[in-house]
Ligand binder design. Structure first.
Ligand code: FES
Length: 219
C-alpha cells in the first residue's frame, strides 16, 4: 500500500510541510519499490524505460496483448507512474450507469485533464484500454487499484476503480473523480496511441494530434 511518509520531528527547527512536488516524488518512489518487491501490481520489466528516456519523456511501448481482462499494469513515463487497465465489457457498461454518473464531479471530462481524443465516456482511444497517469490530483499520491466493489475496502459505498489512501479520494474505472473527496480533478490521461493492434505507445500522440501534457490543469 502506498502512503506518504509522515513528517519526522527534529530537535531543531520545525519541519516544513512537504510541498505537492515532494509528495509526488515520494509517492512515485514508493510505487516503484512496491512493484519491484511483489507482483500484485504487475511491473513488466521491458516497460521500464532507462533514465535517459525518463529524462527526455520519450515514448514507452507496451504490448497490450499481455494484459489480461481486469488487470492493471504500471509503467513509467516522464518519471511518473502510468496505469494501463484492460476493462471488461461489464466494467464498460458500468461506466455509463446514470447512478454512477450522478456521483462524479466531472462525468463528461469537461476539465482539461485529457486530450480531445480521450474526451469521451471511456476516457481513452479504445474503450477496452484505459491509460492514465497514476497520480492523485489532490496532493500527488499514487492511488490503489481496486476494480470491483469490495465490502472490505476502505470505502464500502464505492463501486470500484482507484482509491487514494492518503486522504480518501475515489475515482471510477475511467479515472473520473467522485464528488465530496479532496481531489479536484479527474486523473490525467497522457499522450498515447496504438501504432499497431497489440502495441500501446505512451508519451506520443496519434498522427495529426498535438496534445501537450504540460497544458493540463493538474498533475
Ligand atoms: S493525495 Fe490523494 S487524496 Fe490526498
Amino acid at each position: 500500500m502506498t502512503h506518504v511518509p509522515s513528517e519526522t520531528t527534529a530537535d531543531t527547527a520545525p519541519v516544513e510541510p512537504p510541498s505537492r512536488r515532494d509528495l509526488l516524488y515520494l509517492a512515485t518512489g514508493s510505487v516503484v519499490a512496491v512493484g519491484a518487491a511483489i507482483t500484485i501490481w504487475p511491473f513488466i520489466d521491458q516497460m521500464n524505460p532507462d533514465a535517459a528516456t525518463i529524462a527526455a519523456a520519450g515514448p514507452v511501448d507496451i504490448d497490450v496483448s499481455q494484459i489480461q481482462e481486469g488487470q492493471r499494469v504500471v509503467t513509467l513515463w516522464a518519471a511518473r507512474p502510468v496505469f494501463v487497465v484492460r476493462r471488461s465489457q461489464e466494467a464498460l457498461k458500468q461506466l455509463q450507469d446514470p447512478k454512477l454518473l450522478s456521483q462524479l464531479r466531472d462525468p463528461d471530462s469537461d476539465n482539461w485533464q485529457q486530450p480531445e481524443y480521450a474526451k469521451n465516456w471511456h476516457r481513452s482511444i479504445k474503450p477496452e484500454f484505459l491509460v492514465l497517469v497514476g497520480v492523485c490530483t489532490h496532493l500527488g499520491c499514487v492511488p490503489l487499484f481496486d476494480p470491483k466493489p469490495d465490502p472490505t475496502n476502505p470505502a464500502p459505498d464505492w463501486p470500484g476503480g482507484f482509491f487514494c489512501p492518503c486522504h480518501g479520494s475515489k475515482y471510477d474505472l475511467a479515472g473520473r473523480v467522485f464528488q465530496n473527496v479532496p481531489a479536484p480533478y479527474n486523473l490525467p490521461v497522457p499522450p498515447n496511441f496504438f501504432p499497431d493492434e497489440k502495441t500501446l505507445r505512451v508519451g506520443q500522440n496519434p498522427p495529426g494530434q498535438n496534445y501537450d501534457f504540460n497544458s493540463i490543469l493538474q498533475v
